[in-house]
Design a protein around this ligand. Structure first.
Ligand code: IMP
Length: 196
């Protein structure tokens, strides 16, 4: 149990993400969204790494509120594409963000490549008055030849996690969330908060 940390701010207004993390928090810690602390700026993700971007977002929130904050940044890294789309995952095929177009470009760029291994990564940056900490979660897998399934978002229709035949988009949200990169990073963060 954390005595010093009563409130913790997450750099997100995504209700689904907030609810999922709230359900996992130990008693006595209240999770606040950025809207709940009155922060409504858009922090530009100009970093070259997931760590850079998570830190940028957490720092902006910490500077604004002075409260313990964390932010996450995620993406897909494909080995044969030297780690692309990486931090550019959301805008891989340009603006505005279009997940279907991103998936099509990814499939095209992998044409003729034998190695279709990839990983989803989430990096969480936690900032307190005297600490900057990073927690990483990953899920390894391969990129399918063509999109399959209607669930999820982003690259889910082409991502087949290790040990599965189905894509993330063919799995139920519960099945995906149980093994996702985001879940694994959040678990590490929560483990840290428990024993702080
Ligand atoms: P964010 O940092 O969580 O907003 O993720 C950035 C981008 O990475 C998303 O817009 C997606 O393109 C991709 N991405 C991250 N997580 C996932 C996932 O769980 N499934 C599919 N795509 C994802």
């Amino acid at each position: 149990m954390v005595e010093a940390v009563k409130e913790i701010v997450f750099a997100s207004n995504n209700k689904h993400k907030l609810d999922e993390i709230r359900d996992m928090l130990p008693d006595g810690i209240q999770l606040l969204s950025q809207a709940e602390i009155g922060f409504n700026q858009d922090v530009e993700e100009t970093g070259k790494t997931f760590e850079d971007n998570a830190l940028l977002k957490a720092q902006a929130l910490f500077d604004f509120s002075g409260k313990v904050c964390f932010a996450d940044d995620s993406g897909l890294e494909v080995k044969a594409l030297k780690g692309q789309p990486g931090v550019k995952s959301a805008r891989y095929s340009g603006e505005p963000v279009d997940h279907k177009r991103n998936v099509s470009l990814l499939i095209k760029n992998l044409e003729g490549k034998k190695d279709r291994t990839a990983r989803f990564v989430t990096v969480i940056c936690l900032l307190t008055a005297d600490k900057t900490l990073f927690f990483e979660g990953e899920v390894k897998g391969t990129i399918a030849e063509a999109p399959r399934g209607d669930n999820g978002f982003g690259y889910d229709p082409v991502f087949i996690p290790e040990g599965e035949n189905r894509t993330f988009a063919e799995m139920s949200p519960e099945e995906k969330n149980a093994i996702s990169h985001r879940k694994r990073a959040v678990e590490k963060l929560l483990e840290f908060l428990k024993y702080l």
